[in-house]
Ligand binder design. Structure first.
Ligand SMILES: [Zn+2]
Length: 437
């Protein structure tokens, strides 16, 4: 049970703040929420042995949902900065991946990413990367919730030699995690410029058949749209629409470019949008006018993208950037206010991933994915408005405790399931290897 002095922003359409409230956690789910003293009295009668914990000066809120990233690329943090998207990929990232990509790279990189995300209050991440079996296993073993999107791409990698192998390995992975409570597996066709029509059509049919989701990088840059018009005669969104890929199971990442027709197609098909404000800015890919997507009724979530193009996996940072960029681009300081930005980082993201009925808010019956922010430090004081404080002060640094499925995974900023010394030593070893490219 958790007491809280500053309140709990609730998702699910409204973001209410409750002061001096507590939650009763039973079997990994939120069973009750009420004013703290009332809850303790009731609960002690019904469950005399229950463990009671009290947190003063803490804001309790749902764990953040990082809707897009490439966790293992945390080993490439700072490896190639200050390049545009295509030179960055073609001259730096892909050659390094060709040389070093392996199961152990993904295992160690994903562990580093999970450690960073947990300490910054993320309790669910969606991932698209090679050796997804390693990311899935790391997430589950560390008690982290994850959506693992296995890659489909039309060139060989150290993970799969051809399209057929991408599909077969990915579908095996889907089968292996069919009954997992923490990990769900879906399709990650990389992007319109790296995936053929035939593969997209196959992804669309299979996703419907096995009832899982699709995540795809989509209209990330103006060049991508221009190339698509040149090669296919239509925008990537129009092309995916014709191939049957758009739909409520599909998550479109980036969308820095879109016209009226594109928004119509996304809205009519109920496709979700994932906004990555940091990587879009750092790679100068463009600005995604998400206020238009929200106005059209799309589910919108936030993603950090990989640490090689951000370079932080702190989703509070992305929430702050999303709010600041929306204001700057619309010349309207009221655009994407703190409450809306927090919604994107929690319930909005959960909805975008198709997990909105299980996570994303502190609501009775939902999974107890909860974080506690310690406000008793200079950068977070005074607390006039808890929600503003969460979004505008980079509150990720003040995450003190984290629970996933009701299990504590961070206690007083200590990672309970990760040997930090071993992780840091592994990370340095990788740095030394990668330097010798
Ligand atoms: Zn990405």
């Amino acid at each position: 049970m958790e007491g809280d002095t500053h309140g709990s922003p609730l998702g699910g359409g409204t973001t209410a703040v409750h002061r001096d409230h507590g939650m009763l956690i039973i079997d990994g789910k939120i069973a009750q929420m009420a004013p703290y003293t009332e809850l303790v009295t009731q609960t002690k009668q019904a469950h005399p042995d229950i463990e009671v914990e009290f947190f003063t000066d803490h804001i309790m809120l749902p764990g953040l949902v990082n809707c897009h990233g490439h966790a293992a690329m945390s080993l490439l943090r700072g490896f190639a900065d200050d390049y545009a998207l295509m030179p960055w990929l073609e001259q730096h990232i892909w050659p390094a991946e060709n040389q070093w990509l392996s199961e152990s790279f993904v295992r160690d990189g994903t562990t580093l990413a999970v450690a960073e995300m947990l300490l910054a209050g993320t309790t669910t991440f969606s991932d698209m990367y090679f050796f997804p079996e390693a990311s899935a296993e790391v997430a589950e073993s560390l008690g982290m919730r994850a959506q693992i999107n296995f890659p489909i791409i039309e060139f060989p990698s150290n993970w799969a030699s051809d399209t057929e192998e991408y599909f077969s390995k990915g579908l095996d992975l889907f089968d292996n995690y069919r009954h997992s409570t923490l990990v769900n597996v879906g399709f990650g066709p990389h992007a319109p410029y790296t995936v053929s029509d035939a593969s997209f059509e196959r992804v669309a049919v299979l996703a419907e058949e096995i009832e899982t989701h699709i995540q795809v990088h989509l209209q990330e840059s103006a060049a991508e749209v221009a190339d698509s018009v040149r090669d296919y005669g239509v925008s990537p969104i129009e092309r995916l629409h014709r191939l049957g890929v758009l739909g409520p199971r599909t998550q479109a990442v980036h969308l820095t470019q879109f016209n009226k027709r594109d928004i119509e197609l996304l809205a009519q098909s109920n496709t979700s949008a994932i906004h990555c404000p940091a990587s879009n800015a750092k790679l100068a890919s463009g600005y995604s006018a998400i206020t238009h997507l929200l106005a059209a009724g799309l589910h919108v979530g936030l993603g950090t993208d990989g640490a090689a193009s951000n370079n932080t996996l702190d989703l509070f940072d992305s929430a702050r950037l999303a709010a600041l960029q929306a204001k700057l681009h619309s010349s309207d300081a009221t655009a994407l206010n703190a409450t809306q930005s927090l919604h994107l980082a929690t319930q909005g993201g959960a909805d975008a991933l198709g997990l909105g009925d299980q996570i994303g808010s502190l609501s009775i019956g939902k999974q107890a994915d909860i974080i506690a922010i310690d406000t008793s430090q200079p950068a977070l004081q005074p607390v006039h408005n808890p929600i503003s404080q969460l979004i505008y002060t980079q509150a990720g640094r003040a995450v003190n405790h984290v629970w996933i499925d009701g299990q504590v995974v961070v206690r007083s900023r200590e990672l309970l399931n990760i040997d930090l010394a071993e992780l840091l030593a592994n990370t340095k070893t990788w740095r030394d290897k990668l330097v010798k490219r």
